[in-house]
Ligand binder design. Structure first.
Ligand SMILES: [Zn+2]
Length: 173
């Protein structure tokens, strides 16, 4: 791989990568090949670029982790789930029986997702995931979905990549 900015061949190493591209700011991947430009004159000097394998598998795992999380959904999570299920705001809004403006305000972070919408979004996401994967997901229990949510937000999710598989290392509870 070559640097987009200066054209130099990128260096690489295996390490921990902050996977900001998924739209959630708390996802860290271990065992990822990270490319970076080692030319100190370059605008992209030391700018990490992760080569993410098996994104579909990874996003399925992230979706399950989010649905089962003990924290209230954020707008970023609404956007992640909606995008994962390839739905437009209007479609997401209809499924959640809110207006498209409400979805937009959630995703801009100017309005919190209410507890009823949070609950419905979890049930809906679980069902959509089962349809997408054509299998039922026994590891997520109803009481995880209906239980009261903690008020603070998760610090980080760590997922380890090793020989083509992902392993959820740590999810704050
Ligand atoms: Zn460069």
């Amino acid at each position: 791989m070559y640097c987009e900015d200066c054209g130099k061949v990128l260096d690489s190493k295996i390490g921990r990568y902050h996977y900001k591209e998924c739209g959630l700011d708390y996802v860290w991947l271990d065992g990822i090949e990270i490319y970076y430009c080692s030319n100190s004159q370059c605008n992209l000097y030391n700018e990490p670029l992760g080569a993410i394998p098996k994104i579909e598998l990874l996003h399925s795992m992230l979706t399950k982790a989010i649905i089962a999380s003990v924290f209230p959904f954020t707008g970023k999570e609404s956007r992640f789930l909606r995008t994962y299920f390839q739905l437009k705001s209007k479609q997401w809004a209809e499924l959640l029986t809110v207006s498209a403006e409400t979805v937009s305000r959630w995703e801009k972070g100017v309005e919190n997702i209410g507890s009823q919408s949070d609950f419905l979004m979890r049930l809906l996401s679980l069902r959509l995931l089962e349809e997408k994967e054509q299998s039922w997901i026994p590891e997520i229990k109803a009481n995880q979905i209906i239980s009261a949510r903690k008020t603070e937000q998760p610090s980080s999710i760590f997922i380890k990549h090793t020989s083509g598989q992902f392993l959820l290392e740590k999810i704050p509870a």
